[in-house]
Design a protein around this ligand. Sequence first.
Ligand code: ADP
Ligand code: 5GP
Length: 188
Amino acid sequence: MNHRQAVIITAPSGSGKSTLVSHLLEAEPRLAFSISATSRPPRGGEQDGREYYFLSPDEFRRRVDAGEFLEWEEVYEGRFYGTPRSELQRLRDAGRVTLLDVDVHGALAIKRSLGDDALAIFVRAPSIDELRRRLLARGTDSDGEIEKRLARADHELQFANHFDATIVNDDLARARAEIEEVVGRFLS
Ligand code: ADP
Ligand code: 5GP
């Protein structure tokens, strides 16, 4: 009997997590993405109920008080993110393994509650300088946002060795193959 429930992916912003998550969702039909809730406004092109459930800060707090999140974090000042329990239930009912994209603390909290039923993967860029280059090249964040994300990356990197696996996203094709291999092994 297979109890595999969740694959959790964490990475400092700009490390290539979204790129690798999209790849995994295409390559591995047993996985389905857990849509988080957030109090941050949508970035260009993001749709409510696709990338995130976008909530007002008041509505976010109401759901925290009602116990609707498996875990939640203030990832950046005034910006809340949480995993709705209803998402995991929805995907479990559909017979899928949940793919979660959460920050380090959310990942370690979910890992603690699911144990061996979860695989926690940390994705990192080869260096902080390369991370800065990618954030600048992506062109979706202001200079101030980029500095916040780099400071946060420094903090997150300290937790990398608590994860089940680390993928260094240097050469993209190699990183894709590696993450596919690690997830494939966990699922079978
Ligand atoms: P995240 O989801 O971790 O914030 P993205 O997937 O948006 O990161 O990647 C950040 C930027 O870096 C994007 O512009 C992406 O195209 C680029 N990128 C991703 N992987 C690589 C790689 N291996 N080498 C160079 N650039 C990459
Ligand atoms: P972004 O604003 O770039 O979409 O996401 C910022 C950070 O919030 C990322 O590190 C992302 O993994 C994290 N995040 C997204 N959803 C959740 C969630 O539900 N819980 C936690 N703890 N972090 C999340």
